[in-house]
Structures are given as structure tokens and as C-alpha cells.
Ligand binder design. Sequence first.
Ligand SMILES: Cc1cc2nc3c(=O)[nH]c(=O)nc-3n(C[C@H](O)[C@H](O)[C@H](O)COP(=O)(O)OP(=O)(O)OC[C@H]3O[C@@H](n4cnc5c(N)ncnc54)[C@H](O)[C@@H]3O)c2cc1C
Length: 337
Amino acid sequence: MTTKNSVMVFIQQDDGKVAEVSIELIGKARELAKQLNVQVTAVLVGNRVQKVAEELIPYGVNRLFTVEHKGLAHYTPVPYTKVVTQIIKKHAPQIVLYGATTTGRDIAPRIASALRVGLTADCTDLQIGDYTSRGQTFQNVLYQIRPAFGGNIIATIVSPERKPQMATVREGVMKMDQPDASFKGEIIQESVELSPEDFPSEIIERVQQEKSVNLKGAQVIVAGGIGVGSRENFELVHQLAHAIGGTVGASRAAVDAGLVSKDHQVGQTGTTVRPRLYIACGISGSVQHRAGMDESARIIAINTDPEAPIFQIANFGIVGDLKEVIPRFIKAFRAKA
Ligand SMILES: Cc1cc2nc3c(=O)[nH]c(=O)nc-3n(C[C@H](O)[C@H](O)[C@H](O)COP(=O)(O)OP(=O)(O)OC[C@H]3O[C@@H](n4cnc5c(N)ncnc54)[C@H](O)[C@@H]3O)c2cc1C
């Protein structure tokens, strides 16, 4: 099968560590490629990335194109854009997917501009379907689905007339598949000519700040909203999280009010999570908040308002004041533990 018309994933890596979203996207690319009866390809740029390439094949990449150069060890926009654009031109995929990370959000529009194709940012779903416009039907186009107008509508965007169709996809919204060691794919080393002019910026020093909160990987999340009321009361959320081995999450309103830092924000403009248990305390359940947590396996909501929308998606609801409910929760848990 030819690689032309493939579904391609831009692999984001740094120091040999692949961004989880790239692996999530390989899974989605497989699903789309199956529907389209085409191959999954990927492009991996860096320095000495052979081992990383080998680790990626079992996730279901039919052909993985690597471009290695010591100047490409870390992401910088100009050479990366040139390299990935050339690989796309050479292999003519019909779809290219990028993670909606800082790097993905930087490189994808540059490539879209270089190729003069469309790009939909921050998609939360991707599907294949037909599209008819002015009497013309385009078959098997990519539906690029994302919240729009402040999350009040879900927009489906298509760019049927230009190829490749390109989208950035939010981290954590696509499920990560398990690797299959028996899967056979091919690693193809590509070379792209790079001159000193392709490196207009130089990395002099790199300072990495580790994420202090790992919401994405958390199995249990206790989240507080503006209903918590104050920083002092927010201690209760921390205490409950600590008691049950959970991570603290928050609504944007709680973050904006300074009750907790932005790294804790769950939702459309925060982190997308799918823990085994999500306890929402003093959170109303706006569409923007739900967009980031409604795939949690179990949801418990504590809210004084019995009409709060969060109860529509909660498996268990407690109508009550969190200042009374949370200490009772902790006490009950400790008594059982
Ligand atoms: C473009 C855009 C992006 C956004 N992105 C996000 C996002 O990523 N994440 C996000 O969360 N929001 C986001 N928002 C904001 C969102 O629209 C809501 O404003 C926000 O989620 C509300 O937060 P909240 O539930 O804490 O506050 P509220 O909606 O004010 O709800 C507070 C709740 O607390 C309850 N309550 C009050 N006191 C108590 C008490 N003592 N005990 C128990 N319950 C109590 C109330 O009954 C109420 O239901 C976004 C908005 C826009 C426009």
C-alpha cells in the first residue's frame, strides 16, 4: 500500500521523550486510516531518534519518517517547519495531526501557511464523513470538531478543497492505545538539506520547569470551584484529596479568583482528564468545565444547589454545603481505611 494519502502524525519529542498526545494521536490516526483504507504515517524530527522511532512503531505506525540533525535536537520553529513541510510535500498525506501543545500550536500554523492549507486548532474529536457544498459532494473528508463561541456550540469544520487537512488536537481527549509488539512498521530515514540560514535562532540555555501537578495522569481528582469560597476553605479540598490519594483540580472561576493556581484547572482551557473518580465540590458544571471531565469513570458532585448542571452528569450527588460535607467525607473515609 502506498504512503500517499496516508493519515500522518507529527511526533513531538524532546530528549527522546515523546509527548503523550503524539501517542494518543497515533491511535486516532489508526481509526481514521482504517475507515479510509490508507496507511498511518508519522514524522519524527530530532537528533539520534532511532530508538524513539522503534518504540513508536508498536503503537501502529505503518511508516515512520525520521529526520535527524544535531541542530534539530530541540524544537525551534524555522528548521522544524522546513523539515516537516518537506516531508509532507514528499509523501502527500491527506490528513496531518498535531498535538495542541505549545510546540504543536507553534508549528502547525507555520506549516499550514507554507502549504497554503487550512488548519483547525484545538479539536476535541475527529471523524470522517461526506460534505456537500454548492451542489458538489466531497467524500471522506475530515470532520474537525471543536467547541466554539466560548464552548456554547460544538463546531464541525471541514477543509475539503485543499490537502492535507490539518488539525491540532487537545491533549488527553483521545484514548491512548496499548502498544502491540507484534505490529510491523517501517522506519525510513529521510534527509532534508539544511543550511546555517535555516537556524536563525540558537538555544543558549534550556531551563525546564517540571509540572507541579499531574492532572492528566491522575486516577482520582478532587476539584474545587468558586463555591468553595476562599483560599482557607480550599484547604478542605486539599485535605480530601490527600486523604483519598487524589490530585487537586479546579474550575476556571476558582483559578481566576486566586483560590488555586492555573495548573489545577480542568476544562476547555485547562486540562482534559478522565480519572476513575472525580469529586466536584462547589462546581456548577458549566459546559466548559464538563468538556474537560465528563469522561471520568465516576463523578461525585457536592453542591448546595439541587438544580446545578453538574448533577446531570454525576453518578452520585450530595446536595449540601461542602464545608460540612467534606469533613464528614474525610472522617468516614479515615474510619474505613
Ligand atoms: C472560552 C471559555 C473557556 C472556559 N474554560 C473553562 C475551563 O477550562 N474550565 C472551567 O472550569 N471553566 C471554564 N470557563 C468558565 C465557565 O464558563 C464557568 O464560568 C466556570 O466553569 C464556573 O466555575 P464554577 O463552577 O466554579 O463557578 P459557578 O458556576 O459560579 O458555580 C459555583 C457553584 O458552587 C455552588 N456552591 C456555592 N457555595 C457552595 C457551598 N458552600 N457548598 C457547595 N456548593 C456551593 C453553587 O451552587 C454553584 O453551583 C470558560 C469560559 C469561557 C468563556
